[in-house]
Design a binder for this molecule. Structure first.
Ligand SMILES: Cc1cc2nc3c(=O)[nH]c(=O)nc-3n(C[C@H](O)[C@H](O)[C@H](O)COP(=O)(O)OP(=O)(O)OC[C@H]3O[C@@H](n4cnc5c(N)ncnc54)[C@H](O)[C@@H]3O)c2cc1C
Ligand SMILES: *[C@@H]1O[C@H](CO)[C@@H](O)[C@H](O)[C@H]1NC(C)=O
Ligand SMILES: *[C@@H]1O[C@H](CO)[C@@H](O)[C@H](O)[C@H]1NC(C)=O
Ligand SMILES: *[C@@H]1O[C@H](CO)[C@@H](O)[C@H](O)[C@H]1NC(C)=O
Ligand SMILES: *[C@@H]1O[C@H](CO)[C@@H](O)[C@H](O)[C@H]1NC(C)=O
Ligand SMILES: *[C@@H]1O[C@H](CO)[C@@H](O)[C@H](O)[C@H]1NC(C)=O
Ligand SMILES: *[C@@H]1O[C@H](CO)[C@@H](O)[C@H](O)[C@H]1NC(C)=O
Ligand SMILES: *[C@@H]1O[C@H](CO)[C@@H](O)[C@H](O)[C@H]1NC(C)=O
Ligand SMILES: *[C@@H]1O[C@H](CO)[C@@H](O)[C@H](O)[C@H]1NC(C)=O
Length: 605
């Protein structure tokens, strides 16, 4: 109860800080400017609680039953303004009392203990359901006049805590739908010599699954991510956007040809190769939530193509040693597979690979070419009591529906934290490199990361050589702003952990310190040749500018200053985030933990 009281006093202080007491009128007028689409936000699990921010409230049995049943369902989170796939976006990481979670170890999630309070955590205070450009400009004006932070929330897939912020107004852009197919798209303001062929314009709120189906209806293939609910024209593409088809067709940033966006100076702009090309470059890798509110993006698409798929599994009760042997085999085969055009995921106890190149994805050879390419992996799995399924299907959608979708619907409702690193292809090219890679895996195992839980996207533009070779007409497209290591790497190696829903502060600090140690070991493995994917990184990474952007950070910062001179969009370790922000109130949920993690890393060096 003592903590509840402190929390209550803090809430009062915040009410004043937010200006609600003194500026009731200005909130009302903001609401009028956005045609009544300003609403307060309550945490996702509130209907199951009988206290809210320390005050007695009624449990809503109907709403609670649904939330308990669907706590780990991606779709329910993606469709709600208060739905975050990963719990780190709604809990206050630095303060275990300040959260509103359910026990995610059982389905349906048990009811919360009586008397515990649902607290706001890092869930924003308000959201605006964005429909019009003027909703965005009104919010920008309000933020500037009243100092209330803004965040942008779309599908809620972020691992990096950038889609929420304590005390902020959230621009909920998920309702910006709309899909248009173009036979031969010419970016606005470009001459017809810059036509890009078939393309799809997708509103920022459209899910990847909907784009896959829409593309298929137009006899086309969209090169998108794994999870059905990720917003392809949202954070996915702005941060890089990898696909199992990326080895052959490039990253999302290599394929997007135009954005419509409202920049923080309140202007709606088109960004492509012919206008605002600096902004266009920045939006292709600089990260979401930074350069403005994207309304829609246009992506090149491919024709319908047969795709080979290999789904090879070790038994789930195998040993960690077997997984290490498996990973060594994966590392040894990876360059050959890469050159053949395979992409997908290598994990501690399975691989799921896909390949759209005609030599392998041969619809008339009964899968022979694909099977032959994957022979070593199949034999290993079968010899260890596992399974191997390899076939060629007529389209990517067929493969995705059969092999990806069923397993990708229930990953929500956990605090999953990743520690990732792009692994340069040269590491896989000789014995010394493979030995170093295996030594790294054994070292992270000692830190508590079971090799069976490894998960490595193999989605780098390997055959495509997309940075330099994707040509449009007679022009080579300008390079993107993602970490340049994307174009010299083969794998993104990923260790991860799950922080318990009810972990104490000491447990959180231990967990984050462990994953930072794993991250630092991965940095040591690759040196400056590596880097990582800013959408799937460890949010506590110390040298984040270098890790996530390398030499692109400085020019990205210049573009940020040009389009957001007042710094109205600020998110955790986004372009323009400064070290002093770690201590600021709006980032206090991450800030305390960051300082303590830094301290415990330093203490142990
Ligand atoms: C289960 C799962 C599977 C994933 N699979 C893949 C994968 O296969 N490939 C891959 O590359 N990544 C993958 N990711 C990572 C994913 O790309 C990122 O989490 C991405 O940021 C999600 O973007 P979003 O807009 O859907 O999510 P949100 O969490 O809503 O937003 C993410 C970030 O983008 C910003 N943002 C969103 N919309 C806009 C907009 N319209 N304008 C400006 N900023 C915006 C937000 O402010 C936030 O900073 C996966 C993540 C999860 C949780
Ligand atoms: C904004 O106005 C709408 C419609 O009048 C109302 O339903 C809503 O509660 C208002 N929002 C706030 C935060 O008061
Ligand atoms: C309870 O939740 C349901 C479903 O969300 C909603 O329709 C209903 O209005 C809520 N009841 C109350 C009393 O708020
Ligand atoms: C935002 O402010 C600008 C400049 O003060 C003004 O021109 C514009 O009309 C405002 N927009 C909204 C939607 O309030
Ligand atoms: C794993 O499970 C299979 C089938 O359930 C069983 O045959 C095998 O002995 C088990 N292996 C180990 C190492 O427990
Ligand atoms: C596909 O397989 C058939 C039958 O084996 C073969 O004749 C053909 O050459 C193969 N095509 C390619 C592109 O390899
Ligand atoms: C590309 O350049 C060649 C030679 O300069 C020219 O003949 C051709 O018309 C150009 N193509 C386009 C699409 O501009
Ligand atoms: C956390 O929750 C689990 C159930 O999910 C329970 O077994 C455990 O005792 C709880 N831990 C603490 C510290 O309350
Ligand atoms: C994370 O913390 C939990 C306790 O909450 C612990 O059981 C687990 O081993 C930790 N994970 C790692 C990788 O350190």
């Amino acid at each position: 109860m003592y903590l509840h009281k402190i929390y209550f006093i803090w809430s009062l202080v915040r009410l004043v800080l937010l200006g609600e007491g003194q500026g009731e009128e200005s909130w009302k007028s903001l609401n009028v400017s956005v045609s009544g689409r300003l609403h307060s936000i309550q945490p996702f699990a509130l209907p199951c609680y009988s206290f809210y921010n320390g005050n007695k409230v009624e449990v809503n049995e109907t709403a609670c039953a649904l939330i308990r049943e669907d706590y780990v369902e991606n779709s329910i989170h993606a469709e709600r303004p208060n739905g975050y796939m990963n719990l780190q976006s709604e809990m206050c990481l630095g303060d275990p009392v300040d959260q509103c979670l359910l026990d995610n170890t059982e389905i349906p999630a048990p009811e919360p203990a009586r008397g515990t309070s649902c607290n706001q955590g890092s869930v924003p205070s308000y959201y605006i359901e964005v429909e019009e450009i003027s909703d965005i400009t009104a919010a920008l004006n309000f933020s500037q006049d009243h100092g209330v932070p803004l965040v942008i929330k779309n599908s809620g897939h972020d691992y990096m805590t950038r889609n929420s912020q304590k005390g902020s107004i959230s621009l909920w852009v998920h309702k910006l739908k709309g899909l248009t197919y173009h036979d031969d798209f010419v970016p606005e303001g470009c001459g017809v010599d810059l036509r890009v062929g078939r393309a799809i314009t997708a509103g920022t709120g459209v899910s990847t699954g909907d784009i896959y189906n829409f593309a298929h209806e137009h006899s086309s293939t969209f090169v998108g991510g794994y999870s059905a609910s990720v917003a392809a024209s949202g954070g996915w593409v702005q941060g890089g956007g990898h696909s199992v088809l990326s080895p052959v067709y490039g990253l999302g940033v290599d394929r997007v040809v135009e954005f419509k966006i409202v920049t923080p100076d309140g202007v709606a702009r088109v960004a492509n190769q012919c206008q605002h090309d600096d902004l266009f470059w920045a939006l292709r890798g600089g990260g979401g939530g930074t350069f403005g509110v994207v309304l829609e993006a246009t992506h090149r698409v491919e024709p319908l193509i047969p795709v080979a798929v290999a789904s090879i599994k070790l038994p789930s009760n195998g040993t960690a040693e077997t997984s290490l042997e498996w990973m060594e085999l994966m590392a040894r085969e990876s360059l050959a597979w890469g050159k053949q055009g395979w992409g997908g995921h290598v994990a501690g106890i399975y691989l799921t690979y896909m390949n759209p190149t005609p030599d392998i994805a041969n619809l008339t050879d009964g899968g022979a070419a694909a099977k032959s390419s994957m022979r070593a992996a199949s034999e290993f799995a079968l010899a260890h009591g596992g399974s191997s399924e390899i076939e060629v299907l007529p389209s990517f959608l067929d493969v995705w529906n059969k092999y990806v979708l069923p397993g990708a619907l229930t990953t929500a409702g956990v605090t999953r934290v990743l520690g990732t690193r792009l692994i340069p292809r040269k590491l896989f090219s000789d014995e010394a490199g493979i030995t170093r890679f295996m030594d790294f895996l054994k070292a992270v195992q000692k830190l508590g990361f079971d090799p069976r839980n490894l998960y490595c996207p193999v989605d780098t533009p390997f055959v495509a050589d997309a940075a330099t070779k994707l040509e449009v007409g007679n022009h080579t497209r300008p390079t993107t702003s993602v970490q340049p290591a994307w174009y010299d790497s083969l794998w993104v190696v990923s260790t991860s952990l799950v922080v318990a829903w009810n972990a104490s502060y000491a447990d959180r600090l231990q967990n984050m310190t462990a994953i930072i140690r794993a991250t630092l070991l991965a940095e040591e493995l690759t040196g400056a040749d590596g880097g990582t994917y800013l959408n799937e990184a460890n949010p506590f990474t110390p040298d984040w500018q270098q890790s996530w952007w390398g030499d692109n950070y400085a020019p990205l910062l210049e573009i940020k200053k040009k389009y957001d001179p007042k710094g109205l969009l600020k998110c955790w370790k986004c372009i323009g985030f400064e070290e002093k922000d770690i201590l600021s109130d709006r980032f206090r949920c991450q800030g305390k933990l960051q300082l303590d993690v830094d301290q415990s890393i330093k203490g142990s060096l």
